[in-house]
Design a protein around this ligand. Structure first.
Ligand code: HEC
Length: 116
């Protein structure tokens, strides 16, 4: 059987999307995630004066290794003032959705250090 070219293209597209969705977030196949991560790394300079990158908690909570959804949700709670913290409220107010997503992808890609 011969596939119509358009059908073949749509099957190929579906496979590509499936592959992207299953690929690891740090996989190079998903260019946009890499870009987000790079953007997040750049933005993270704002955060690392307070938050430690190695996941250790010295009075300020660790924010590495979170899943993207809860990271963004938490930042939004600070932005709306639903969660109170002077420092974080003023930080979060400067972030738009794209920035929050980038930060979530970047910090989420880091692994907390195992201090056994
Ligand atoms: C001036 C210091 C400071 C800066 C800068 C800062 N934070 Fe925070 N952050 C804190 C403190 C303190 C808390 C704990 C606040 C609380 O108890 O709600 C916190 C909490 C958080 C939490 C919730 C942690 C938890 O365990 O619930 C997240 C997520 C977070 N910060 C992300 C960020 C991001 C992303 C940036 C950079 C854009 C940033 N912070 C910049 C001080 C800071």
């Amino acid at each position: 059987m011969k596939l119509l070219p358009s059908l073949a293209v749509s099957i190929a597209t579906t496979c590509a999307i499936a592959l992207l969705l299953w690929g690891s977030p740090s996989g190079s196949a998903w260019a946009s995630t890499d870009e987000l991560r790079d953007y997040g790394e750049y933005l993270a300079g704002e955060c690392t004066t307070c938050h430690r990158l190695d996941g250790t908690d010295k009075g300020i909570p660790s924010i590495v290794g979170w899943d993207t959804e809860s990271f963004i949700e938490t930042l939004k709670y600070y932005k709306t003032g639903e969660r109170k913290n002077e420092a974080m409220e003023s930080v979060a107010k400067q972030l738009d959705d794209e920035m929050m997503k980038a930060l979530a992808v970047y910090f989420g890609s880091l692994k907390p250090k195992d201090d056994d």
